[in-house]
Write a protein that binds this ligand. Structure first.
Ligand code: AKG
Ligand code: FE2
Length: 205
């Protein structure tokens, strides 16, 4: 495994870690899963629909509605369990996430040309000792990462297809978001756009 670029302490980036074949296989797996577990623009607790369409893989899926953010065992629309996580994702977590405790949630974020994600912390997981591993597929994202206070200075970094990054340790609760994507920067996703996968451990290990 090559050494990551550490942009801020605890935020590590492996540019181009996934081969083109591995990227293509993940896109197929995700788009197949989305046929069973359709992606939706969840409502925030404040009542606004998110511009990113989301679904999940694995035992738990992250969802949001008027009642708040949470992890759920079933798709909010179909009531069915979430599709399984592909083995390649479990293997990546073993290598870069935690070798002993498997991930129990993979959030799938689907970005169209106008989608963005405002600055936030990932804090719906029980134990922030576990990292969040993020995989970028398709169009490049202009990603922003700051510190653990919303007022901390931020840095902008482009996440391209095949890049893997990790929020752990001092950056596990860092504010981050996606300012915009660069439409047409990749031809990986058949209908265009960007797919981001985040592997997480939501329940205690
Ligand atoms: O799309 C990304 O790169 C970031 C996604 C993210 O921050 C999240 O799903 O919590
Ligand atoms: Fe996040």
């Amino acid at each position: 495994m090559m050494n990551p670029v550490s942009l801020v302490p605890g935020f590590d980036l492996w540019p181009g870690l996934l081969s083109p074949d591995a990227q293509a296989a993940l896109v197929v797996a995700v788009l197949d899963a989305a046929k069973i577990a359709p992606a939706a623009h969840y409502a925030t607790p404040y009542g606004k629909a998110m511009s990113v369409a989301m679904t999940s893989l694995g035992p738990l899926g992250w969802t949001s509605d008027a009642a708040g953010y949470r992890y759920a065992e079933r798709h909010p629309g179909t009531g069915a369990p979430w599709p399984d996580m592909p083995q390649a994702l479990l293997d990546l977590w073993t290598a870069l996430g935690d070798p002993n405790v498997p991930p129990d949630a993979c959030l799938v974020n689907l970005y169209g040309p106008e989608a963005r994600m405002s600055l936030h912390q990932d804090r719906d997981e029980a134990d922030p000792h576990f990292p969040v591993l993020s995989i970028s597929l398709g169009d490049t994202a202009v990603f922003r990462i700051g510190g653990t206070s919303r007022k901390d200075p931020t840095r902008s970094v482009r996440l391209a297809s095949g890049d893997v990054c990790r929020l752990s340790g001092p950056a596990r609760l860092a504010f981050h978001g996606v300012d915009r994507i660069l439409p047409g920067s990749s031809r990986l996703v058949p209908d265009g756009g960007r797919i981001n996968l985040t592997l997480r451990r939501a329940r205690p290990g």
